[in-house]
Design a protein around this ligand. Structure first.
Ligand SMILES: C[S@@+](CC[C@H](N)C(=O)[O-])C[C@H]1O[C@@H](n2cnc3c(N)ncnc32)[C@H](O)[C@@H]1O
Length: 290
């Protein structure tokens, strides 16, 4: 199995472990336009590496970061110099400096500060308060931006910069309804919306009305789609799979989340992939049963 490329920006709910299953079961040709309305870290689309893609999110800082790589104002070299310099100040002033950069980011919104905070905050989380200020605490670790860590991040940026150069990709900050409108019958839409009842962030609120609006937009698009959601955990099952997505095919996989203040949110949950076409794995299973 190919290894999975990890993007430079992390986010809670990152689908790294699901990438192989998703890749095996998406329905793509060379000409398919990939539409990803909830890009988050972008790990799914970046690993699927379609020729043409629209990556979107309501979080403007994620989108700005990738647009700056695309425009060449963030390069691997620029990122290296920035992280080395900021990392050495962090090594001396520790949490005091983390909170200084956090304040600086909340007033200037610079993408390099966003990268820095994302790579040294608690658990690589992205969380904004009701005033849209980044409020994740420091993820204390001595010599955090050591040489190997900086090189790892720089290589991630170099890899993604190359993919952006080779392909026709755009990054847009907008709500999912607008992004799904860009799809046609030849598009493939991969959706990973926030999970109902699990949100931690003000760019990330989600309720039943959002779930219904997403279903209606996907159906109206006429495109093939895959939706990531949760199936069940030890305590409860996702009732929306039957009530909202009953017409879809379902694949499942166990996945573990570390994020969540409540114990109920930290347990193993079974992830589901819902599609409006028969995915390869289900076809194979059916053939084997015959
Ligand atoms: C679960 S995360 C996606 C994770 C991503 N698939 C990954 O593997 O990294 C959900 C994303 O949806 C974005 N989001 C939340 N509500 C949205 C909306 N109404 N329209 C577009 N994006 C939204 C959040 O900012 C967040 O980045």
């Amino acid at each position: 199995m190919d290894s999975v490329f990890i993007p430079p920006i992390k986010i809670q709910g990152i689908k790294t472990k699901l990438v192989p299953l998703i890749k095996e079961n998406v329905s793509l040709s060379r000409h398919t336009k990939w539409i990803e309305p909830f890009m988050g870290s972008g790990v799914v689309g970046f690993n699927t590496a379609p020729r043409t893609a629209v990556f979107a999110d309501v979080n403007p800082h994620i989108i700005k970061f990738y647009n700056r790589i695309k425009a060449g104002s963030i390069t691997p070299q620029i990122a290296r110099e920035f992280l080395e310099e900021q990392g050495s100040i962090l090594a001396q002033r520790d949490d005091e400096y983390y909170y200084e950069v956090r304040d600086r980011f909340n007033s200037r919104h610079d993408s390099l500060d966003f990268l820095f905070l994302n790579r040294c905050c608690f658990n690589g989380m992205i969380r904004f308060n009701r005033d849209f200020c980044f409020n994740v605490p420091y993820g204390h670790k001595p010599n955090r931006f050591n040489k190997a860590y900086v090189t790892k991040i720089v290589n991630q940026i170099a890899y993604i910069a190359e993919l952006i150069k080779e392909n026709d990709w755009s990054f847009v900050c907008q709500p999912f309804e607008k992004t799904i409108c860009l799809a046609d019958g030849d598009s493939f839409i991969y959706c990973d919306p926030p999970y109902i009842g699990r949100h931690v962030d003000y760019y990330d609120s989600w309720d039943e009305q959002s779930e219904l609006a997403l279903r209606d937009a996907l159906v109206a698009s006429g495109a093939r789609f895959m939706l990531s959601t949760w199936d069940h955990n030890e305590y409860r099952k996702n009732e929306y799979i039957a009530s909202v997505w009953g017409f879809c095919h379902k694949l499942t996989k166990e996945h573990f989340y570390h994020v969540g203040a409540k114990k109920i949110n930290r347990n193993a949950i079974l992830e589901a992939l819902l599609t409006n076409y028969v995915p390869e794995e289900l076809e194979e299973r059916k053939k084997a049963e015959c």
